[in-house]
Design a protein around this ligand. Structure first.
Ligand code: ZN
Ligand code: ZN
Length: 140
């Protein structure tokens, strides 16, 4: 399993023409393992104290964002939450559901919503990201 994730991270970086640095591989692995959006602080927590300082994580995320391997899923508690972009199309990210009771967020990857139509002349919609709120199965 562990080796598998390393391989996968390596392949993703290769396809995006990025060098396989320790930090990139480690962050991709954290996001793969977690399977849901994480803030920079949560990523850093999961990486453990050892090797990566804030600046490294910031720069590494920026490089992954730039090539589109990772994207910003949503903002919560004043922090962007990042996730792997492989389950999203260019024009649409899957909806995210946040439980108003326990605060958990879920990726609803099986839902594909129709794209919103441009409201007025002059607006060009590039991307649609939807957030849903309610109660999760554990709280309902
Ligand atoms: Zn809940
Ligand atoms: Zn998601």
């Amino acid at each position: 399993m562990k080796r598998n994730l390393d391989l996968q991270a390596g392949k993703m970086l290769g396809a995006a023409k990025l060098y396989c640095t320790k930090g990139r591989v480690a962050i991709l692995k954290v996001l793969m393992k977690t399977g849901k959006p994480l803030s920079r602080a949560q990523i850093s927590q999961r990486l453990g104290k050892k090797q990566f300082d804030k600046v490294t994580i910031y720069r590494t995320l920026a490089s992954l964002l730039k090539v589109g391997l990772v994207h910003r899923a949503f903002m919560a508690k004043r922090a962007w939450h990042f996730e792997l972009a492989h389950r999203c199309s260019e024009s649409q990210c899957h909806p995210h559901f946040t439980c108003t009771s326990c605060g958990s967020t879920y990726c609803l990857t099986e839902i594909l919503l129709p794209m919103a139509k441009s409201p007025h002349k002059g607006f060009v919609i590039h991307r649609q990201q939807v957030r849903l709120e309610g109660l999760c199965p554990a709280c309902a």
